[in-house]
Ligand binder design. Structure first.
Ligand code: ADP
Length: 269
């Protein structure tokens, strides 16, 4: 963002394709311009990671993406001493690299990570913008351009895995959802190479499957899976087979539920 409030489009031409759903690009750019950390909330496969990659390219900032998991600790983000050719050397983790370089650090599914990770994030997400590295005794001040972005899926019904208010209230938050039909059709068509007319019934089916969330399905079908199905169809696979492997099998292991979903497919196609 420049001083007059317009988006800096340095890397716009070769940014990964992202079709905005609303004003999320402007909000992200404004947050980045003011060093405000950003939290993306939404179901898996709805475009959050693509959005961050797109915005990082548009803003001309390097991006470090970390897929968080339940074994990920603060040391994985900050760095550790490693033995190299008989010598012990300090190796920066992705968060430290981002802090030093003034890059964007994206922590995907941050609630999955171990508790000690949130402790590290607190001094980085207030106006101190510091990263203390206990092991080396350094206290890094984030370089200009450093931006912390995190995502989580509030849909998972796991009380242990929700962000504490003290952490959540350190971020500007953007809610993501599956794109509206008129957005999802061109997204899937572009990503898969399948004609928009042939994508339409797949998206219609996806929306019917999403409506079943909470009844028989834990999660609705993601845009990512619709892209997979369309890609298989564009490659010559029979529609029914592609839907079975890309949009039904990934959703459930329950034979009765699968049979019910197949009936839904017959009704749509
Ligand atoms: P998430 O990070 O939310 O799990 P991703 O960003 O990986 O999901 O999105 C999954 C896929 O969906 C992407 O690889 C892309 O093909 C597609 N996608 C979803 N929404 C969009 C969008 N608005 N613009 C472009 N591609 C999108």
């Amino acid at each position: 963002m420049t001083m007059d409030g317009t988006l800096n489009l340095k890397g716009a031409a070769d940014a990964p394709f992202y079709l905005p759903q609303s004003d999320e690009c402007d909000i992200f750019a404004a947050a980045a311009a003011h060093d405000l950390p950003v939290l993306l909330k939404g179901p898996t496969g709805c475009g959050k990671t693509r959005f961050v990659a797109h915005m990082a390219a548009r803003l001309g900032r390097p991006l470090y993406t970390v897929a968080c998991h339940d074994d990920l600790s603060a040391a994985d983000l900050i760095g550790r001493y490693l033995l190299k050719g008989g010598e012990t050397v300090w190796v920066d983790g992705p968060l430290t690299r981002a802090v030093r370089e003034g890059a964007i650090c994206y922590l995907d599914e941050v609630v999955e990570a171990r508790r000690d990770v949130t402790v590290v994030l607190h001094p980085l997400t207030d106006d101190r913008r510091i990263l203390p590295i206990d092991r080396t005794g350094e206290e890094l001040v984030a370089a200009p351009g450093f931006l912390l972005v995190a995502s989580y899926n509030p849909g998972y019904q796991n009380i242990m895995k929700t962000l504490k208010p003290s952490t959540r209230q350190r971020f500007v938050s953007l809610e993501f959802n599956f794109p509206k039909m008129e957005h999802e059709i061109p997204v899937v068509a572009r990503e898969s190479g399948l004609d928009a007319e042939r994508v339409k019934p797949l998206v219609r089916l996806a929306n019917k499957l999403r409506a079943m969330k909470g009844q028989d399905l834990e999660e609705g079908v993601s845009t990512r899976l619709v892209v997979y199905a369309a890609t298989l169809i564009a490659g010559g696979m029979a529609i029914e087979r592609a839907i079975q492997t890309a949009m039904i099998e990934p959703l459930t292991d329950d034979a009765d539920v699968k049979a019910g979903l197949r009936d839904l497919v017959t009704a749509v196609f």
